[in-house]
Design a protein around this ligand. Structure first.
Ligand SMILES: NC(=O)c1ccc[n+]([C@@H]2O[C@H](COP(=O)([O-])OP(=O)(O)OC[C@H]3O[C@@H](n4cnc5c(N)ncnc54)[C@H](OP(=O)(O)O)[C@@H]3O)[C@@H](O)[C@H]2O)c1
Length: 273
């Protein structure tokens, strides 16, 4: 029941109709008896500054999730950035602090790691290949390095973006063997498509699947379709595969933790299954 004391959470984006956050948050709140509600706020692409001022006026709004195209500008509007939000300079989760300031972070990468672990794949000690050096590629790279991946190779269509990520990642995590890659993904335990290729059925693959070693796990960040052409082809070649949706599922618990709402004995994976 929504009462006068119910706390508000939101997801902001443009478009907004495709988002799953309200369903997963509200199911979590109901399951854990938390007096809060999450709503979708459609804020136009060019209107974030004005929208932010509106959010700022809502004193019972404790935080919000940020999706495309607002992740970069939201980082600029935050008062503080922490963890991967600070490393990457984009945010997807923003919390209002008791003093009214905004603290932003990026939980995509942590969600990916949690998703891997939920399926029994530990990134610690693994050699990981990431195709993509955009928001998702950056998020994955920093979270996998923070979770003790032994080596991370970055490949991207625009090579300068990959080189920039390699440089920043290597500086932040000097013990990780970080390198600039090509479309050849051989010699890795986990190979991830972190580009937007795969949304369309005719998209090419972001790397050469034929080079991937037979034991390697092939993973996606693309969520729709769940079974991307890459995952279909990888499965047909006998690889273990890992869905892009698991990255989002893995984030719920991280988001609740960031908002200070994580239940003591959370079984959030069940809540969003
Ligand atoms: N599962 C989740 O929870 C989750 C979370 C966040 C994002 N995602 C998904 O991750 C994907 C990427 O998002 P993003 O935020 O990283 O986007 P982004 O910052 O715009 O980056 C896009 C990436 O895709 C590459 N790319 C785009 N078109 C390409 C093409 N024709 N050929 C080769 N590479 C191409 C870009 O390469 P260039 O640098 O060369 O342009 C860049 O690496 C999207 O599908 C998004 O929905 C999923």
């Amino acid at each position: 029941v929504i009462t006068g004391s119910t706390r508000l959470y939101a997801i902001i984006g443009d478009p907004i109709t495709h988002v799953r956050t309200p369903m997963s948050f509200n199911a979590y709140f109901a399951e854990h008896g938390i007096d809060a509600v999450c709503m979708p706020f459609h804020i136009g692409g060019a209107d974030l500054k004005r929208g932010w001022e509106g959010l700022n006026a809502l004193l019972n709004l404790d935080g919000f999730i940020v999706t495309a195209p607002h992740k970069q500008e939201a980082a600029r509007l935050c008062d503080t950035l922490v963890d991967d939000g600070r490393h990457v300079g984009i945010v997807n989760t923003v919390r209002r602090e008791p003093d009214g300031s905004y603290c932003g972070t990026l939980l995509d990468g942590r969600g990916f790691v949690a998703g891997l672990r939920s399926k029994g794949h530990d990134p610690a000690g693994a050699r990981i290949y990431i195709a993509g050096a955009g928001g998702a590629g950056n998020a994955l790279a920093f979270a996998l390095a923070a979770n003790a991946a032994s080596a991370i190779t970055i490949h991207n269509r625009t090579r300068s973006r990959a080189a920039d990520l390699v440089e920043r990642l290597g500086r932040a995590y000097p013990v990780t063997d970080v390198s600039l890659g090509t479309a050849d993904a051989s010699g890795h335990d986990i190979v991830v498509n972190a580009t937007s290729l795969g949304l369309e059925p005719d998209d090419p693959f972001s790397f050469d699947l034929a080079t991937v070693s037979p034991q390697a796990l092939v993973a996606e960040v693309v969520m729709m379709p769940k079974m991307t052409p890459l995952l279909c082809a990888a499965q047909a070649r006998g690889h273990r595969i890992h869905y892009g949706t698991l990255m989002l599922d893995g984030q719920l618990n991280e988001m609740m933790g960031f908002f200070g709402l994580r239940a003591a004995h959370s079984n959030s994976a069940a809540a969003i299954a």
